[in-house]
Design a protein around this ligand. Structure first.
Ligand SMILES: Cc1ncc(COP(=O)(O)O)c(C=O)c1O
Length: 355
């Protein structure tokens, strides 16, 4: 791997905001640390990243991010163990996915060293910001967007890559009731659904608002063709347990290749749980709910890890999921978080030491 060889400039903040933060009452992603990493793409290359005090950025009104949405992001977490050690979980997967998203949005790909060394140095500097309370973590948001200017609809010639961090508390979703979507689509064949493109999320907001008005918290996205197969749950991958088999949809160009999803599949297999990666029809889920074989439905993603679904609505009827004592959702969440927080052996080699 090409390294940055002392090219990473660090400009430290004069004062820290850390004493203003109530670490016992953190919400998700709304308090930011003292520093951020910034890297500029100009004159056909990514310049060496810099770590600077967290601050607003100034952009020209004609910057293409505002007009053509050339914008992608990643979401990951840094975890603190009992001894104060700080860890990341499979960060290279996020790096590879960032570049996969970049390619699809015609954004120049970032060198691996800029991402990995930049991220590690930033987190080492911000180590006191990684909370230690149970379930809490430092949410890490790498993102990239077109800062280059011009009203013509073509890729920009300048970009910015930034990593910002937000200490976040444990995520409790409560009882989630979801609506299986029959009208709107999150992604289409040949589109950008597999990329973490900002616009994918903007497109989800309106259908989700409509679902919220009807009393649901989230939408289960179905295929754009006939709304026949379930694909994702909000901004999470989706798992279905029918009898004792755990099923998830195969990734394709409409579905994000989630790090949590693939980790859960590997953990489930190692726990002896039968898994299937195949298309799941809405009809199958509804029939399983009616005949009692539908045991669990849950979302999987970095933010919530595992988010159990208590009920789903489809064609005007609500179906409740049973409350299980020994759910796969809680077992898998326990196993994955034990690895993330360095509480258990990591036989998969997923943990990455920051400091
Ligand atoms: C649309 C979508 N699906 C799935 C996921 C889950 O991916 P990961 O497990 O890598 O966080 C995310 C991001 O969290 C997402 O935005």
């Amino acid at each position: 791997m090409e390294t940055m060889a002392n090219t990473l400039v660090v400009e430290k903040a004069k004062t820290s905001k850390i004493h203003e933060v109530d670490f016992d009452n953190l919400s998700f992603g709304s308090t930011y640390t003292d520093h951020m990493l910034v890297c500029d793409y100009v004159n056909g290359e990514w310049k060496a990243p810099k770590i600077v005090p967290y601050q607003p950025i100034s952009l020209d009104p004609s910057a293409k991010i505002f007009h053509y949405g050339q914008s992608i992001f990643e979401g990951m977490k840094a975890y603190k163990d009992r001894d104060g050690g700080v860890w990341l979980f499979r960060p290279l997967e996020n790096f590879k996915r960032l570049n996969k998203s970049a390619k699809r949005l015609a954004i120049p790909e970032l060198p691996e060293a800029y991402f990995m060394e930049g991220l590690t140095t930033l987190l080492q500097l911000e180590r006191d910001w990684v909370p230690q309370n149970p379930g809490s973590s430092l949410y890490v948001r790498p993102f990239m967007f077109a800062s280059g200017t011009g009203f013509h609809a073509s890729p920009a010639d300048e970009y910015k890559f930034i990593i910002a961090c937000a200490p976040s508390g444990a995520y409790f979703s409560g009882k989630v009731k979801v609506l299986i979507e029959e009208t709107y689509s999150r992604a289409a064949n040949g589109g950008v659904g597999y990329a973490k493109a900002g616009g994918n999320y903007a497109g989800q907001f309106y259908p989700t608002q409509l679902a919220v008005e009807k009393g649901y918290q989230q939408v289960i996205w179905t295929d754009d063709n006939n709304h026949e197969f379930i694909e994702e749950a909000g901004a999470m991958n989706v798992f279905v347990r029918i009898n004792d088999t755990l099923i998830t949809a195969p990734t394709n160009d409409r579905i994000l290749d989630g790090v949590t999803r693939k980790s859960i599949l590997d953990i489930a297999k190692s726990e002896g749980i039968a898994t299937e990666v195949r298309k799941i029809s809405v009809k199958e889920v509804v029939e399983a709910a009616k005949n009692g074989s539908l045991k669990e439905l849950f979302g999987a993603g970095t933010a919530a890890v595992v988010s159990p679904i208590a009920a789903f609505g489809y064609q005007g009827v609500d179906y409740d999921l049973p409350e299980l004592e020994n759910s796969y959702a809680s077992l898998l969440k326990q196993r994955i978080t034990d690895i993330q927080y360095n509480r258990a052996e990591d036989k998969f080699g997923w943990r990455y030491k920051v400091i």
